[in-house]
Ligand binder design. Structure first.
Ligand code: GTP
Ligand code: MG
Length: 199
């Protein structure tokens, strides 16, 4: 897919305030610091569309981007950031859960998982939440700078194994590195196909 335009639309806290356009939508989520903003910039071929943060937990709103005037990409706040208060975490959780459950235009959640570490309970749990609620999602392994390294392969296999313990069927999975520019094409093809199927 060629990116002809990519623009920031706005940041929202309430589902009711999110853009009303009937555009297919893809929401990116994952543990804080997993590389969401970097991946969004890489996919959209823009240097600073989404803000890459040095401090984890920076994104606290639903950030909307309009791509090629026809589809929405949404940068969701990262989960599992230890340094925020319990109250903040609950607000976060309420906002995200409401959005993913009720947003009609949402085609897929892109759940990002750090390919450099072994499976984390919080990631398996979040995938479980999506599955239980019947929300279509895919897994994107990030920071796979050395795609064929035994370490990366081991982490991915272990993640699949952990998911298989709960699910009969696994979601589509992609391996990426925003740093080394790996994995863009298959994700964009996936989005293109989903856009074409959108009614
Ligand atoms: P929050 O919005 O704060 O939750 O973070 P985020 O998930 O948007 O992550 P962000 O893109 O801001 O990246 C976090 C850190 O990971 C930055 O220091 C990035 O430079 C680094 N990073 C992102 N992608 C890659 C990658 O593909 N490889 C490597 N090695 N580092 C990466
Ligand atoms: Mg971010």
């Amino acid at each position: 897919m060629q990116i002809k335009s990519a623009e920031y639309i706005g940041s929202y806290v309430h589902l009711e305030k999110c853009p009303e356009q009937h555009f297919p939508e893809y929401a990116f989520i994952g543990r804080s610091n997993v590389g969401k903003s970097s991946l969004i910039n890489y996919l959209c071929e823009r240097k600073a569309l989404a803000k890459v943060s040095v401090t984890p937990g920076k994104t606290q709103t639903l950030n909307f981007f309009l791509i090629n005037q026809t589809w929405h990409l949404v940068d969701l706040p990262g989960y599992g950031y230890a340094k925020i208060s319990k109250r903040m975490r609950e607000t976060w959780s309420g906002m995200i859960k409401k959005y993913v459950r009720e947003r009609k235009q949402l085609q897929y959640v892109f759940q990002l998982v750090d390919g450099r570490i072994s499976p984390q309970k919080i990631d398996i749990d979040f995938a479980g939440f999506l599955g239980e609620n019947g929300i279509p999602f895919v897994i994107v392994f990030t920071k796979c700078d050395k795609l064929n390294s035994p370490e990366t392969q081991k982490n991915i296999a272990a993640f699949k194994q952990a998911m298989s313990e709960q699910w009969e069927e696994l979601p589509p999975m992609f391996t990426t590195s925003s740093d080394k520019k790996i994995g863009r094409e298959s994700i964009m093809e996936f989005i293109e196909a989903a856009n074409a199927a959108f009614r």
